[in-house]
Design a binder for this molecule. Structure first.
Ligand code: SAM
Length: 273
């Protein structure tokens, strides 16, 4: 029987866009991510996914950026198996299930209380996967997270919804909370923010976008002296583009020749502290 979730705020509702994109990626002949849990959740929830009008470009970008965040988190966990992982603005993403970390890792999924409650209904519980229902821009929720273990922090699809001040203050609190760690999130240039506000595929979130965009991946190094850029991952230049449908593959292969052009697309930024 279909599960009906309570009505979310428009900001919370944005989780369906990325959830459905990952589910549709899973139905492609060669999925980028292969997120079967996303597909299962879409099948079991009573939500009008058709009104999202998701196009193929959004599907492959959302799936591939999730994979890049998974790769960074997975590599951190492999090197530090007793550490902590966080997913900020986790929505109904099952990153913990995809990573399947050893039992020595504690993982924290953070999202607003209504979303946290939905997660508890839809995603199987695991003793090491903790759900925190909170506004990530507030201070207190971090009290529940250990301070003495290095952490990998992922934020997939969150940055656009925070103001620059909120983002800086959040990154600073995280950097001072843990002894060391890594931070990985998808970022947007100013042009990409303009596109997000005007494209049909992201129409449902256009009015919620607050972040002005960031053209230089080294900008966060100026926000906190401990943050160091490890890598700017431009999806157009990643090998998985070979699996994109032909027209998109040709577009990204062309874009890959130019850093400025590649930066108009999806960017994943990876830092350490
Ligand atoms: C586009 S969705 C992405 C969800 C998930 N990361 C994914 O990839 O499917 C953005 C998510 O960020 C959450 N969010 C936005 N602002 C937040 C905040 N200040 N605190 C906690 N969660 C927030 C929303 O509730 C939503 O679940």
């Amino acid at each position: 029987m279909a599960i009906t979730l309570p009505t979310f705020t428009p900001l919370e509702d944005s989780l369906f866009l990325t959830l459905y994109a990952r589910a549709l990626d899973n139905r492609r002949p060669h999925p980028d991510l292969g997120d079967t849990t996303a597909d299962q959740i879409v099948h079991t929830t009573d939500y009008n996914y058709d009104q999202l009008h998701i196009d193929t470009n959004l599907i492959v970008n959302v799936a591939l950026r999730a994979k890049k965040l998974d790769d960074v988190a997975g590599s951190f966990i492999a090197r530090h198996p007793d550490k902590v992982g966080l997913d900020l603005g986790a929505g109904l993403d099952s990153r913990f299930e995809r990573l399947a970390p050893p039992s020595t890792v504690d993982w924290y999924d953070v999202d607003f209380p209504a979303v946290a409650a939905a997660r508890r209904r839809l995603i199987p519980e695991h003793p090491n996967a903790h759900v925190i229902g909170a506004d990530a821009t507030e201070k207190d929720w971090l009290d529940a997270v250990p301070t003495d273990r290095p952490a990998v922090i992922t934020a997939d699809g969150l940055m656009g919804f925070l103001s620059q001040e909120e983002l800086i203050s959040l990154w600073n609190r995280l950097v001072s909370h843990f002894p060391s760690g890594e931070l990985v999130f998808n970022s947007y240039t100013r042009f990409a923010i303009w596109i997000a506000r005007h494209a049909r595929g992201t129409k449902s979130v256009a009015d919620l976008v607050q972040f002005p965009g960031m053209d230089d991946p080294r900008t966060p190094e100026g926000w906190n002296p401990k943050l160091r850029l490890v890598r700017e991952i431009l999806l157009s230049r990643e090998p998985e583009v070979d699996q994109f449908p032909p027209a998109l593959r040709r577009y990204h292969r062309l874009a890959a020749h130019s850093t400025a052009w590649s930066r108009t697309g999806t960017i994943v930024l990876h830092y350490r502290f």
